[in-house]
Write a new protein. Sequence first.
Length: 683
Amino acid sequence: MATEEAKEKVKAIAKEKKKKVVSPGDLTIDPASMKMIERSRELDVETIFDRAETMKPCNIGIQGTCCKNCAQGPCRLPLPKSGIQGEDTRKGLCGATPETIAARNFARMVAAGAAAHSDHGRGVAETFLAAARKETQDYKIKDTNKLLEIAPDFGVDITVEGENGEILDRDIDEIAVEVGERALAQWGQQTGEVCTVKRAPAPRYELWKKLGVIPRGIDREIVEIMHRTHMGVDQDYENLVMQCTRAAIADGWGGSMIATDLQDVLFGCPYPLKSSANLGVLKQDHVNIIIHGHEPLLSEMIVQAAELPEMLELAKEKGAKGIQLAGICCTANEILMRHGVPLAGNYLQQELAIVTGAVDAMVVDVQCIMESVANVAQCFHTKIITTNPRARIASGDVLHIEFDEHTAFEDAKKIVRTAIENFPNREKEVIIPDNDSDLIAGFSYEAINYHLGGTFRASYTPLNDNIINGRIRGIAGVVGCNNARTSLDSGHITIVKELIKHDVIVLTTGCNAIACAKAGLLTPESAKVFCGPGLAEVCEAVGIPPVLHMGSCVDNSRILMAATKVVKTGGLGNDISELPVAGSAPEWMSEKAISIGHYFVASGVYTVFGVTLPVSGAPKFEHHLYKELEQIYGGMWDMEPDPIKHAHKMIAHIDKKRKALGIDRARERVLMSMADRRELEAA
Ligand code: NFS
Ligand code: SF4
């Protein structure tokens, strides 16, 4: 017994030591998060930041070469310490090579990611159809302009021929029902093509057709990955990557794109608006409700419910001054983009939000919700409310209030009421960090069109012109998660700042967008401070931030559409692969990020991931992703954990494309004239 006690003591001391060793400043660059990590330690509340110290990743899994696809394994094939000399003889029991194993694991990540985005899209399509058929009172077709714009892509006519051969507008309700039906059919379709894929630039579409990678139906391609990666099926990594491409295109140009389209029609296409970001948006004297997860179906209703006078009254009755909504993860982005609801934080801040002691309810739906929020909440009065039958939490004391699109508003009211009633139960001292940053968000690809082109000549021409004349060096899509294996927001902010400093305009979504918001990069004023002279000039002239917030992760489809629009506007080549663009996910962690990365690559974009990529244990497969794919798609994968090198790899690729387009000289002239101008000004 005595020895047991001694052991416990040693453990406790070691634990203490660890806590002291890793200072919050090494865990994040975000001041609000630093304060809350500190606070969690004071209160002895364990968070992911502590667990990241006590549990290190597995050296074999991290290389992508652990296979557990059958009960003869797990077969583990790490690279030998001395590297591979001569022939690579590593094999699983069945003979699977490291290439096969890593490619199968990679493919399953694509499948899971594409499934997550696309199942979200399916939910939207179902609700859309219910709204179009008027089976629910709670959702309505809001943005009829966008409906008319997308209908032809779904093969739905927007006009009809009248009795005398005249062209008449079709009934909008009829159009909506047909679009809903056609959209929903894309999931279960067995043959043919997912219809929205045709939106890609023609040469891209033709290339995919030639390669045979156009998805037949969204679900089908995901299921086929699961089949092919079952024990003893597809054992050719190149062939597996082809199937990854089909499923990833089914996500980016299918499931995600349809989700974005239909959400815009239901809830309105986003246009620029002001708001603020970081934990400082929470209010001591208000009922604070955090909406966390991904689907706007739920959060849209909660936004409405929280605005009801009866809710405000109830809040006052309970001693609060009002109700403060704030978002975490992509739900945050959805309600920010359309309603200006402030961002509480990104993925790694979900536990920290609860640590403020000010969150009366955290309402979650699907994806990126850490099970540990349930445990952290137990140390506070916070109620965690799950709402989706797909996503329940067994840990802790979690409330489940199921959300149904047919009774959506009633469900939302119940949720808001539960949060309000919990306000008087706050038990611990409330400590809210005083950090919140101003931001401008809402740059749908339609909004960029409008903003850059002006009211009367909405177009992408000014953007193209500024790329051609060299003021803007190129475009970067920087997206993705936080990852507890790297300092929170550090990779995001270092990379984005390095890009804009070198005149690369940044399009952002997901948790990168939230990181940029917190760092003040989503304001027009930041252009002067952080941008190179060319980009600063454009931002100041047009009044836009150098980093354009385009929405949630399913809205990466907006980036694809923006790139397509740039191609179609002309002067920068005939395909996305010819554009001076690059993609990046500096702190990725989710399987969705892999699906996104792969559809960017297949669309012709050089795409760099930070932190790590589970392919390093399979050199031939890695080479295929990093090098050979460029020959096939004009886009390829890369991995670079060092943020500055990461940014410069992207810039080098952008410069390579400028050179191929013959516009590299223009940039030299612009920069020269800027320098000349400065000299003149100084004189
Ligand atoms: Ni995207 Fe959005 Fe964030 Fe990563 Fe998760 S919230 S869907 S997956 S963690 S960016
Ligand atoms: Fe091992 Fe092959 Fe089974 Fe994988 S599929 S666990 S490599 S025997």
